[in-house]
Design a protein around this ligand. Structure first.
Ligand code: 5GP
Length: 196
């Protein structure tokens, strides 16, 4: 696969990684485009198909797995599948842009392993698991059962942080924004001669 760079932001749900990714997308000089994942979960709030996710049903998702259409996929929560379609990355590279991913830790590390030089893998660390719970409750997009499921997973996810290229501690958003900008800028400046 030829094309631009890959930038992965992974973190437990509620750590603020989506806010950081949105900020980076607003920085035109970074020339980024968001990798829209496919998911079998239902849309939440005002999420739009083809913008936040490609919302597809479980049957269609499983067909894509069979066809080997995914660069990576995960059953992130039970019966909630998420995956990056190879076609999506090709689409963004064809636009001459770098791809930014907001995906779970397993998927993020899988992309890093497939494209070690092309990929910058960043882990966004929330201040604490308690803080995570507060944020998820404030968001009011999930019921208590779903929040507890996400919290249980968060502890496991936190343990993978050392496998990433960099860890950003998201205590103060403005500081996290700046750190993320510098990391991405440095990565996209790297010569492509060392790419796979
Ligand atoms: P949410 O339901 O909150 O939108 O996402 C749940 C988790 O799935 C988040 O950690 C999100 O980053 C992750 N996720 C979203 N898209 C993908 C994907 O394409 N692949 C993988 N492995 N995880 C994803």
């Amino acid at each position: 696969m030829k094309g631009g760079k890959l930038i992965v932001f992974s973190a437990p749900s509620g750590s603020g990684k989506t806010t950081i990714v949105r900020h980076l997308l607003s920085q035109e000089h970074l020339n980024l485009a968001f990798s829209i994942s496919a998911t079998s979960r239902e849309p939440r709030g005002d999420e739009k198909d083809g913008e936040d996710y490609y919302f597809i049903d479980l049957k269609e998702f499983k067909q894509h797995i069979k066809n080997e259409d995914f660069l990576e996929w995960e059953e992130v929560y039970r019966d909630n599948f998420y995956g990056t379609l190879k076609e999506e990355v090709e689409r963004i590279w064809a636009l001459g842009k770098n791809v930014i991913f907001d995906i779970d830790v397993v998927g993020g590390l899988r992309i890093k392993k497939k494209f070690p030089n092309k990929t910058l893998a960043v882990f966004v660390k929330p201040p604490s698991v308690d803080e995570l719970k507060i944020r998820l409750k404030k968001r009011k997009t999930e019921n208590d059962e779903k929040i507890n499921m996400r919290i249980a997973k968060a502890s496991v996810e936190m343990a993978t942080a050392p496998q990433f290229d960099f860890i950003i501690e998201n205590d103060t958003l403005e500081v996290a924004f700046k750190e993320a900008e510098v990391l991405v800028y440095n990565h996209i400046q790297k010569s492509s001669s060392e790419e796979e």
